[in-house]
Design a protein around this ligand. Structure first.
Ligand SMILES: O=C(O)C(=O)C[C@]1(C(=O)O)C=C[C@@H](O)C=C1
Length: 184
């Protein structure tokens, strides 16, 4: 059993090991899953019980991070604000960097999926203006800002990242387009 607040879905589980059944179960459904008698392995119930009881390494680590994520809202509703002293030393820098590296790996996989779609979109565009699609690019950035608000990501960070990302994909689309000699 693995517990996370910030997983990015890459697909259904595949490694079976000794498991009879592999499934992603939101923690909100943990109780009913147990009640239906669907949790039968030995390691899984131990993890589920620790989660429900709020004990064990997973819960402990989550609580320590909760102070960082659930802090008071900044004026304007953006990022949470905690004095550094309140969340320093909860985790070592090495632990935090390990988590950052794992998230970065997830992001790379998500971006690879995005690139496939962008390439497909490029194939359907007839000229350079259609590739650049500035109105669409602005809508993409605005949507990222709005989603950032909901997710607790600083909107200005989201905007900077998305502009850089869309810019990179526009360059990729233009290169592909020119290489394929599409009419323009
Ligand atoms: O939506 C498109 O048309 C795309 O090609 C995708 C995308 C993007 O990366 O989001 C890329 C180029 C355009 O400027 C607009 C958006």
């Amino acid at each position: 059993m693995f517990r996370t607040d910030d997983a990015a879905r890459a697909g259904d589980p595949t490694g079976r090991d000794e498991s009879g059944r592999l499934e992603r179960v939101p923690s909100s459904r943990t109780g009913s899953t147990i009640a239906r008698g669907e949790v039968v392995g030995s390691a899984t119930p131990a993890g589920v019980m620790a989660l429900l009881l709020g004990i064990g390494p997973a819960a402990h680590r989550r609580d320590r991070f909760r102070g960082v994520r659930g802090g008071p809202r900044a004026p304007g509703g953006g990022a949470t604000m905690w004095p550094m002293s309140q969340h320093r030393a909860s985790f070592s820098l090495a632990e935090i960097r390990e988590r950052i590296d794992a998230l970065d790996a997830d992001l790379v996989h998500l971006l690879a999926r995005r690139e496939k779609l962008v390439r497909e979109a490029a194939g359907l565009k007839k000229d350079e203006r259609a590739v650049r699609a500035p109105d669409r690019a602005e809508r993409v950035v605005a949507a990222a800002r709005a989603e950032a608000e909901r997710a607790g990501l600083t909107p200005a960070v989201a905007e900077t990242v998305w502009r850089a990302m869309v810019g990179a994909f526009i360059d990729l689309e233009l290169t592909e387009h020119r290489r394929e000699g599409a009419p323009r």
